[in-house]
Design a protein around this ligand. Structure first.
Ligand SMILES: CCCCC/C=C\C/C=C\CCC/C=C/C(=O)SCCNC(=O)CCNC(=O)[C@H](O)C(C)(C)COP(=O)(O)OP(=O)(O)OC[C@H]1O[C@@H](n2cnc3c(N)ncnc32)[C@H](O)[C@@H]1OP(=O)(O)O
Length: 280
């Protein structure tokens, strides 16, 4: 039955988007079904570039505004990779204006996801570090594929950077203070069994069952009247989101100051170089 709920929507980097005459949404078709699937598709690693962040926000907004939609499954189109997190090249060697625009887009996506009226289920079908993990943490429920390579966590400290307070809050609200503190300080990436044990994900299932499980879970969440579920979600999450909303500009200034430091730029370059040299 749950299969009837699904329809597709692909989020891709702008350069890969279909031409304007062929819009992303085939809303009439999806109208009848009520659930969309957002598949991140920015090969090779689904890094969250400014373009992807922007497209993601636009797509979510469309779905939020179309009252026939009640739920979204967030998943990946890149085999083995849910998302490699924020695109490191957006934070390296760019202008202050670019950093500000990028960070505002990161904030915007987080706010949209975290406060979404829709039911969001993450079908995590690949590795999910830092920003990738954050996206899943904003969802209402996380289903992770049982593959020992599919680590998940906020590993920012290993890059020499710091997860901002709202990343930290999102994790604390999911796994509790002590687990979050240890995970954040050590930059822990949890394999599936550990992720389940600490509550970073809600379910670990065989890889070929991630999507069907997400669908079943969606059906359960959609069985609750929307208004009651939405108000409850807002009660739980709005105080956390409001902390950022009240100081968005200050948060951007913090980010600018932090990311512009020579030492931080050096750390990020070294990390990127290490990733690139891995192949050679
Ligand atoms: C009190 C003071 C507080 C102050 C706080 C203020 C502000 C906060 C400041 C900063 C906050 C920053 C928050 C950051 C969040 C992030 O999300 S950072 C990103 C973290 N991501 C990672 O660590 C993952 C890195 N990638 C990998 O580990 C692997 O790539 C993989 C995802 C496991 C996939 O592995 P594999 O399939 O083997 O692919 P490759 O490693 O070969 O990668 C292919 C190409 O992709 C490039 N790449 C990988 N990840 C990224 C990325 N995140 N961004 C950009 N590019 C990436 C990689 O370099 C390869 O490129 P080439 O093909 O070699 O060119």
């Amino acid at each position: 039955m749950a299969q009837d709920l699904v329809d597709g929507l692909l989020i891709k980097a702008r350069s890969h988007l279909p031409p304007p005459s062929e819009p992303l949404g085939k809303l009439s078709k999806r109208d009848r079904k009520g659930v969309a699937v957002i598949k991140l598709k920015n090969p090779p690693v689904n890094s969250l570039s400014l373009e992807v962040l922007t497209e993601f926000v636009i797509s979510l907004e469309k779905l939020e505004n179309d009252k026939t939609f009640r739920g979204v499954i967030v998943t990946s189109d890149c085999p083995g990779i849910f998302s490699a997190g924020l695109d490191l090249t957006e934070m390296c060697g760019k202008s202050q204006a670019h950093y500000a625009e990028f960070w505002r887009a990161v904030q915007e996506l987080w706010l949209r996801l975290y406060l979404s009226n829709l039911v969001l289920i993450a079908a995590i079908n690949g590795v999910s570090p830092a920003g990738g993990c954050l996206i899943s943490l904003t969802c209402d429920y996380r289903v992770l594929a049982d593959n020992p390579k599919y680590n998940i966590g906020l590993n920012e400290t290993l890059l020499g950077v710091v997860a901002p307070s709202w990343f930290k809050d999102t994790l604390v609200n999911t796994v509790g203070h002590r687990t979050a503190e240890r995970a954040l300080q050590l930059g822990l990436l949890f394999p599936p069994a550990e992720a389940l044990r600490v509550g970073m994900v809600d379910q670990v299932v065989p890889e070929d069952q991630v999507h069907s499980t997400a669908l079943s879970v969606m059906a359960q969440w959609l069985a609750v009247p929307d208004h009651a579920r939405q108000l409850t979600k807002s009660l739980m999450r709005k105080p956390t989101a409001d902390r950022l909303v009240k100081q968005r500009d200050a948060d951007i200034q913090y980010f600018l100051q932090f990311v512009s430091r020579d030492s931080i730029q050096k750390s990020l370059r070294m990390y990127l170089d290490k990733l690139r040299q891995k192949k050679g």
